[in-house]
Ligand binder design. Sequence first.
Ligand SMILES: Nc1ncnc2c1ncn2[C@@H]1O[C@H](COP(=O)(O)OP(=O)(O)OP(=O)(O)O)[C@@H](O)[C@H]1O
Length: 277
Amino acid sequence: MSCEGCPNAGNCNKDASTCGVETNPKNHIKDVVAVMSGKGGVGKSTMTVLLAKSLAAQGKKVGIMDADITGPSIPRLMGVEDQHAYGTKENEILPVVVDDIKLMSLNFMVENESEPVIWRGPIVGNVVKQFYTDVLWEDLDVLLIDMPPGTGDVALTIMQSLPLKGVVMVSTPQPMVSMIVEKAIHMCEKMDIPVLGLIENMAYLECPNCHEHIDFYNKEELDTFLKKVKVPCYGMLPQVDLLRDINMYSQSYTLEQQEKTMDLMKEIAQRMCDDLQ
Ligand SMILES: Nc1ncnc2c1ncn2[C@@H]1O[C@H](COP(=O)(O)OP(=O)(O)OP(=O)(O)O)[C@@H](O)[C@H]1O
């Protein structure tokens, strides 16, 4: 294995002989960024989708790799749960494309989306690696990886094998979540992968009448946490019904509400792009 063609060549201290998987030579992926949390259910997949949509709105070529193999939610969040991925004669896998965003998820390969995947860790790890090597991503500015919850086997495989430029961490304002997110941040430190920033999701409610923000917690808690882990806050998102079902094709929320959320997300995406420079 050599560093040739790796987007992180010259920027990491991994041993080239033991690191990495090579992607298809037709793929040219500038930055690979993982969206991670450590804790399940905090909105990682939702943030991945919103980040991708914001980056695409800025004219970036974006892909999403759903590495949550046993609980894939990207197809449903993007409104394409009824689509399938197909292969080429060269054994490459064609991503599903929606709104110019390229997607790959195990749910595109199963007959029925509610069919469980009961595989052991090494098999799941290999599927994730194949999503990087065998999918025809072609030219991408950013490939976002929706990480599985936790700091286990698959997260480790991704961190060891794929050329991650950085991680965007997602948290919610509960001490239990912060404690587990801190573990994930320490895992990144151990693996020498920069944590670019943290998104505090479901951080407040906005009053529908006066638009005042009602915090769910004492804001100092977040500041203390961020200082402790030395990670910048990329932004905070409210708890809103519209994010309960971000599938933009079927939900009922207003354009104004959508725009407000997307504006917050565009700022976050811009900060991420600046940090990736
Ligand atoms: N800001 C928000 N306001 C309201 N609901 C939200 C918000 N963010 C996410 N949700 C909802 O919370 C649930 C969990 O979100 P999501 O699936 O994105 O989390 P996750 O961290 O990826 O979960 P998993 O650990 O299962 O992969 C979903 O029903 C989603 O619609």
